[in-house]
Design a binder for this molecule. Structure first.
Ligand SMILES: C[S@@+](CC[C@H](N)C(=O)[O-])C[C@H]1O[C@@H](n2cnc3c(N)ncnc32)[C@H](O)[C@@H]1O
Length: 274
C-alpha cells in the first residue's frame, strides 16, 4: 500500500472516523451499496486505467477492477484501505491500494480513462479544486461517474435539531447544480441525474447509529475546525439525554410513518466526459 501526506486537521479527523468505522462499514452501509450500484449502471465499457476515489472497504473497487485492466483504489482513511486489503476475497494484482486525498490527487496528469467515486466528494474541501483535480488526471476521452450526497440529505435530522438548539449537528451539503456547474467550469461535459433514497429506523438512536457506524459522524464546523458530531459524543457541550428525547419526539411527530423514522439521502450522479 502506498501512502501520501494527509494535509489538514479536518482531513485527519475525517480519516480517523472512517478508519474507526472500517469494521462496521459493510454491515451498516446498505444504502451506500444501492447508490454505488446505481452509479455503476452508468459505466458500460471496459477501460485501461481506472481510479476509484474514496474506495472505502473496497466493495465496489473489486467490481470496478473487472471493468479495467488496472485500477487505483484510493482512500483518505488508512483503516479503510487496510480492511479492504485484508478482506479481499482473492488478492487482485490489478488493484493498487493507495492512500490519498480527492482534493489533491496523487496521480499524474492524463493518467486515467475511467474515474469513479461514490458517496465521497461531499467531504472534499472545495468543489472547484476537486473538479480541477478530476479533470487533470482524466485523459482525453475519459469518463467519470460521480455520485455525491447533495442538498436535501439528512433534512429531517437537520430540521429536528434546529427545533432543539442552535448548534450545528448536520453538515451543509452543496446543491446538485453547484456540483454540475463546478465540473462544467473545469471543462468537463456533464449529464446530471438526481435520485432520493430513504432509510427507515426504529428510533432516533438506531438512526444516529446508522450514520456513526459508517464513519460519517463528523461535523465540519469551519475550514480547519472539525468536531465529532455532538449527536454522538456525550462529552460535547450541549448534548444530554433530555435533548435526545426532545429530538426523538419532534422527529416522530413530524416525520414518522408506521412508527419508523425516515432519513433522506439526496444524491446527484454526474456522468462526465473529457
Ligand atoms: C461513505 S464512504 C464510501 C465508500 C465507498 N465509495 C462506497 O460506496 O461504499 C466515504 C469514503 O470516502 C473517504 N473519503 C472522505 N474524504 C475523502 C477525501 N478527501 N479523499 C479520499 N477519500 C475520502 C472516506 O474515508 C470513506 O472511506
Amino acid at each position: 500500500m502506498t501512502s501520501t501526506t494527509i494535509p489538514s486537521r479536518n482531513k485527519m479527523r475525517i480519516a480517523q472516523q472512517f478508519s474507526r468505522a472500517a469494521n462496521t462499514y459493510n454491515s451498516a452501509a446498505d444504502v451506500q451499496l444501492d447508490i454505488a450500484f446505481d452509479a455503476l449502471t452508468y459505466l458500460p465499457s471496459h477501460y485501461k486505467n481506472g481510479l476509484d476515489i474514496g474506495c472505502g472497504t473496497g466493495r465496489i473497487s473489486q467490481r470496478l477492477s473487472n471493468r479495467c485492466d488496472r485500477l487505483v483504489a484510493m482512500d483518505l482513511a488508512f483503516g479503510m484501505l487496510q480492511y479492504a486489503q485484508q478482506n479481499e476475497v482473492v488478492a487482485d494484482p490489478s488493484i493498487c491500494w493507495l492512500q490519498g486525498d480527492a482534493d489533491s490527487l496523487p496521480l499524474a496528469d492524463d493518467s486515467v480513462d475511467m474515474l469513479f467515486s461514490s458517496m465521497v466528494l461531499q467531504w472534499a474541501d472545495n468543489q472547484q479544486k476537486v473538479m480541477a483535480e478530476i479533470n487533470r488526471v482524466m485523459s482525453s476521452g475519459a469518463t467519470a461517474i460521480l455520485a455525491i450526497m447533495c442538498d436535501g440529505s439528512f433534512k429531517q435530522l437537520n430540521d429536528s435539531w434546529l427545533n432543539i438548539d442552535s448548534e450545528r449537528h448536520v453538515n451543509n451539503f452543496a446543491t446538485a447544480q453547484s456540483w454540475c456547474d463546478a465540473a462544467k467550469q473545469q471543462g468537463l461535459q456533464v449529464n446530471m441525474y438526481e435520485k432520493q433514497y430513504v432509510t427507515w429506523h426504529q428510533g432516533i438512536k438506531p438512526l444516529l447509529a446508522s450514520i456513526k457506524s459508517i464513519g460519517a459522524n463528523v461535523v465540519l464546523t469551519s475550514q480547519n475546525s472539525t468536531a465529532t458530531n455532538s449527536t454522538f459524543s456525550r462529552s460535547q457541550s450541549g448534548f444530554n439525554r433530555k435533548k435526545l428525547q426532545h429530538l426523538e419526539t419532534y422527529y416522530q411527530q413530524q416525520y414518522a410513518k408506521n412508527m419508523q423514522l425516515p432519513l433522506t439521502y439526496q444524491v446527484c450522479f454526474l456522468h462526465c466526459s473529457k
